[in-house]
Design a protein around this ligand. Sequence first.
Ligand code: RP5
Length: 164
Amino acid sequence: MKKIAILMGSDSDFPVVEKALTTLDKFGVPFEVHVYSAHRTPEEARAFAMNARKNGFGAIIAAAGKAAHLAGAMAANSTLPVIGIPIKSSTLDGLDALLSTVQMPGGLPVATVAIDGAENAALLAIQILAVTDEALAEKLDAARVENAKSVLEKDRLLAEKYNK
Ligand code: RP5
């Protein structure tokens, strides 16, 4: 199976990004995690993106806060699918990172999830791998069923308590 790259601009992003690791683990999807910054370590970030396909990756998740250019830098140097996670890390509540990540110029797509949306980033990466992996697709289907069951159970509990 292809690996997923999980990159973050700073280790201060890790408490949010950790959810992506646990989600990939839950589905048995292999990953590598790194701290690379589009601004502080641009050479390393570029080298990672340029070699990612030949190093066995199927998608790149890139999380960054503030002037969040890491996902864009990955997209500039790789044609693998890039998923951006805008991190809420400054006084602007993550809106800065959201706009920096999502507003890519034509020709360089970044699939941007919600602010701090690490779980969805991992699920989207898994869905990309599942296009050619039937067993993984079945696991995704089963997880959707479980998710729906848990919501219906919450509905049942609230309805039981308040709907007289
Ligand atoms: C961004 O700046 C990082 O992704 C992080 O969200 C933010 C702050 O980084 P630190 O100053 O905490 O290292 O590049």
